[in-house]
Design a protein. Structure first.
Length: 276
């Protein structure tokens, strides 16, 4: 029965778990109605009562998401900028404070893929992965944390991937830069959790599995089926599965959880079938 069930934003009762909180979500956009992890998380944050700053480089996509959230009664604003650019990140944080007065939740979700082995990867591809998947989170945390401290604490949620804890290939294509940058993100999360625990700031990683995001849909149905069968639960994850985990980590329900790497992957990381 569970195997054929897909969780969406509408299938769980919303109880105001984030009421009174202000959240920044990077990588938050809805491109022509498509929903990725950032869009799903921002939607659920707003539906659970948070005021959300949507951050994206593409204004049209961010505005689409804002309109969707507003149509559901959520409160959000849009900031257009590049989280790999320090000046943009400073302005992003200033916009959140000017608009909502505080920062309680920071969800770092912006990310890029990066094909290539350590031998074949181009330097520009490597650098882009490190800037987007790792350096951007350092910058958003650098400028958000002082405001969290001033407000009495907060929750930082960084989206990593099973590729950070498992070496992987797709056919004959390697992903050295992607794996290294996302593994570095877990290490950065642990460092932040240790450095700012006494200030009431929690930092956790989401280890997202093979979620059916718009980017992965381009691989085709055959690849999609292979991914589903590779997961112990043999179900396909959706952006909403990851977003619900983010709601938990953003809420006071997880007040005693920090420095954790939470798999949302259908059992892919921790479950193995041994040869008979």
């Amino acid at each position: 029965m569970y195997r054929g069930r897909v969780m969406t934003q509408a299938q769980t009762k919303h109880t105001g778990r984030l009421s009174g909180k202000v959240a920044i979500v990077s990588g938050a956009a809805a491109a022509d109605g498509a929903v990725g992890i950032g869009a799903a998380t921002a939607t659920l944050f707003a539906r659970e009562g948070a005021k959300v700053l949507l951050v994206n480089r593409t204004e049209a996509y961010a505005q689409q998401l804002r309109d969707q959230i507003a149509s559901q009664g959520g409160e959000c604003a849009v900031f257009i900028g590049d989280v790999t650019c320090e000046d943009d990140v400073q302005r992003m944080v200033e916009a959140a404070i000017a608009t909502y007065g505080r920062i309680d939740i920071l969800h770092n979700n912006a990310g890029v893929g990066a094909p290539g082995t350590v031998v074949s990867v181009e330097q520009s591809v490597w650098d882009r992965a490190m800037k987007t998947n790792l350096q951007a989170t350092m910058l958003t945390c650098k400028y958000s944390i002082p405001h969290m401290i001033a407000g009495g604490g907060g929750s930082i949620i960084n989206t990593s991937t099973v590729g950070a804890v498992q070496g992987f290939r797709r056919g004959d294509v390697g992903f050295a830069a992607y794996t290294a940058s996302k593994a570095g993100l877990i290490g950065l999360t642990l460092s932040i959790a240790a450095d700012y625990a006494a200030d009431g700031i929690r930092a956790n990683s989401l280890i997202a599995g093979m979620v059916n995001t718009p980017a992965l849909q381009r691989l085709g149905e055959e690849a999609r089926e292979r991914r589903r069968l590779a997961v112990p639960l043999q179900t396909e994850g959706t952006p909403w599965d990851v977003a619900w985990a983010a709601v938990y980590l953003a809420s006071d329900e997880s007040r005693w959880v920090t420095g954790a790497s939470l798999p949302v992957d259908g059992g892919q990381v921790n479950l193995r079938e041994w040869p008979g």
